[in-house]
Design a protein around this ligand. Structure first.
Ligand SMILES: Nc1nc2c(ncn2[C@@H]2O[C@H](COP(=O)(O)OP(=O)(O)OP(=O)(O)O)[C@@H](O)[C@H]2O)c(=O)[nH]1
Ligand SMILES: [Mg+2]
Length: 417
C-alpha cells in the first residue's frame, strides 16, 4: 500500500519523518511522499489548506491510498482531511497500534492491544459519530447509522469485558514471580529502544531463539529464562521495546508487562551504538524517561552499547564522552558475541541479593539433596570433600543461605564480605 507521511512541526521542533518512515515500513506500507510543514496547527486540517491542496495533487499523481500523520489529530481534523483527500487518515498512534496488532502473537498481547485500540476509539467516539452523520467518509464509514451514546456504550462494554479477560491472563508473570520467590533468584530485564538488539542479546545469553528482526516492535510478549551471568543464576527477561512518544494508551495497556521491568534487580539498557550521537542521546533519554514513568528509577542500570561491529571502538568511546552518561556501561556486539564476558562481569558486580558464604556440610542424605539445590541456584566457587565434612564456598541468594544455616544449624557457617 502506497502512503504519504506528514509532520507539522513548531518553529524550533525537528521533524520525526525518518522514524515515521521506519514505522510505515514495519507496517508494510511504501512511503512515496513526505510532507513537512512549519506552522501552528490549523483548526480545520491541522496542516495549512495550501498543504492540503499539495497533498491532494500528490495523492492523485502517485496513487496514494493513505496519509499518515506524525501529529495527533482531533476527530474534526481527521474528518475534514478524509473528506478533502478521499483516503483514510492515520495518526502515529493508530499506526503503532496497527503494528502492535500485526506482531501480537500471544492472546495476552492481542487483548492488551485491543484494549488500547478501544480506549483510543472511546475518547473519540461521540465526536466521530456526530461527524459521521454529516456524510460518509473514509474512516468514518458506517458510523452514521449509530447514535453517539449507543456507540460509546458498546465500546465501553467491550473494554470492560477485555479488561476482565486480561485479569485472568496474567499467568506468565504470576508463574515467574512464584518461581522467583521459590528460588530467590534475582531478575534482570532487558530494556531499551525498539530495534536496539535486546532479543539478539537475550538469545546470545540464554542460548535461545526468540524472533529477531530489523523491523520495529518485533517483541511484544515477554520471555524469561534462567541464565548464568558470570556463573550466577538469574532470571533474564526480554520484553517490549520503547519508542519516542509511545502513545500513553499503549503504555497503559502494556503496564503489566512494563511494570515487571520496575520490579527487576538490574536493568540492561540496550542502545544501538551505531546511531549518530544525537539519535543515540535521544533514544537513551526516551528510554530513561520511560523507565522513570513505569516506576523503575530505583533499579540499577547497566548501559549496553550494542552493534559495536558496525562502528570503530574509538568512535563509540568518543560518543560516550560526548554523552557523558552517569551510568556504568559496556560495549558489545550481541550479533557476534563480542564483549559478553565483560557484560556478565559488570552485570554481576551490580547485582545485589547474592552473598558469599563459606560453610561445612556433614555427610548426610540431607546434604546430597541440598547440594543439588545449591548447584542450581548459586555459583559454587569451591567444593572440597574432606574427611569429616564437605567444605563449600559459594555465592548464593540470601534466601538459600538462610535455609542452609537453618537446616544444618551450622556453627561454621560464615558470610564473607
Ligand atoms: N550489526 C549488528 N546488528 C545487530 C546486533 N544486534 C542486533 N542486531 C540487529 O538489529 C535488529 C534488531 O534486533 P532485535 O534483537 O530484534 O532488536 P530488539 O531490541 O529486540 O527489537 P524489538 O523487539 O523490535 O523492540 C536485527 O536486524 C538484528 O539482527 C549487533 O550486535 N550488530
Ligand atoms: Mg525484541
Amino acid at each position: 500500500m502506497r502512503v504519504a507521511i506528514v509532520h507539522r512541526v513548531d518553529r524550533v521542533e525537528e521533524d520525526n519523518l525518518g522514524e515515521l518512515r521506519e514505522l510505515c515500513r514495519t507496517a508494510g506500507y511504501e512511503v512515496v511522499y513526505e510532507l513537512k510543514q512549519v506552522r501552528p496547527p490549523h483548526p480545520e486540517y491541522h496542516i495549512g489548506p495550501g498543504k492540503v491542496e499539495e497533498l491532494k495533487k500528490a495523492i492523485e499523481m502517485l496513487g496514494i491510498e493513505r496519509a499518515v500523520f506524525e501529529n495527533e489529530l482531533k476527530p474534526v481534523q481527521e474528518y475534514n482531511l478524509a473528506k478533502e483527500l478521499k483516503i483514510p487518515i492515520l495518526t502515529r498512534t493508530k499506526l503503532i497500534l496497527e503494528i502492535f496488532s500485526l506482531h501480537a502473537s500471544s492472546l495476552e498481547a492481542k487483548l492488551q492491544i485491543k484494549l488500547a485500540e478501544l480506549k483510543y476509539e472511546l475518547s473519540r467516539a461521540k465526536e466521530k459519530v456526530r461527524l459521521a452523520k454529516k456524510g460518509e467518509q473514509p474512516g468514518f464509514h458506517g458510523l452514521g447509522a449509530y447514535e453517539a451514546d449507543v456507540y460509546y456504550d458498546e465500546i465501553h462494554r467491550r473494554i470492560v469485558s477485555i479488561a476482565r479477560k486480561l485479569e485472568s491472563l496474567k499467568k506468565h508473570m504470576d508463574l515467574i514471580r512464584l518461581e522467583r520467590r521459590k528460588r530467590g533468584l534475582p531478575l534482570i530485564s532487558l530494556a531499551g529502544y525498539t530495534n536496539a538488539g535486546k532479543s539478539t542479546l537475550f538469545n546470545a545469553l540464554a542460548k535461545e531463539n526468540v524472533p529477531v528482526d530489523s523491523r520495529l516492535f518485533t517483541t511484544l510478549t515477554p520471555t524469561t529464562r534462567v541464565v548464568r551471568l558470570a556463573g550466577k543464576p538469574v532470571f533474564l527477561s526480554d520484553t517490549v521495546g520503547f519508542i519516542k512518544n509511545l502513545p500513553t494508551l499503549l503504555v497503559e495497556a502494556f503496564y503489566a508487562t512494563l511494570r515487571e521491568i520496575a520490579l527487576s534487580d538490574l536493568i540492561l539498557l540496550v542502545a544501538d551504538a551505531s546511531d549518530p550521537v544525537d539519535k543515540l542521546r535521544e533514544k537513551i533519554e526516551t528510554s530513561l524517561q520511560t523507565l522513570y514513568n513505569i516506576g523503575a528509577h530505583e533499579v540499577p542500570i547497566l548501559l549496553i552499547l550494542n552493534k559495536a561491529d558496525l562502528i570503530d571502538r574509538d568512535e563509540i568511546e568518543l560518543k560516550i564522552e560526548e554523552l557523558d552518561p552517569d551510568l556504568p556501561h559496556v560495549i558489545i556486539s550481541a550479533k557476534y558475541g563480542w564483549g559478553l564476558g565483560e557484560l556478565q562481569q559488570k552485570a554481576s558486580e551490580l547485582l545485589r541479593g547474592f552473598i558469599r558464604v563459606e560453610t561445612r556440610l556433614p555427610y548426610t542424605d540431607e546434604t546430597v539433596k541440598m547440594l543439588d539445590e545449591i548447584f542450581k541456584n548459586s555459583r559454587v566457587n569451591l567444593l572440597n570433600y574432606e574427611d569429616k565434612f564437605i567444605r563449600l564456598q559459594a555465592e548464593m541468594p540470601i534466601q538459600l543461605a538462610e535455609k542452609i544455616r537453618r537446616k544444618f544449624n551450622s556453627e561454621c557457617f560464615k558470610v564473607i564480605r
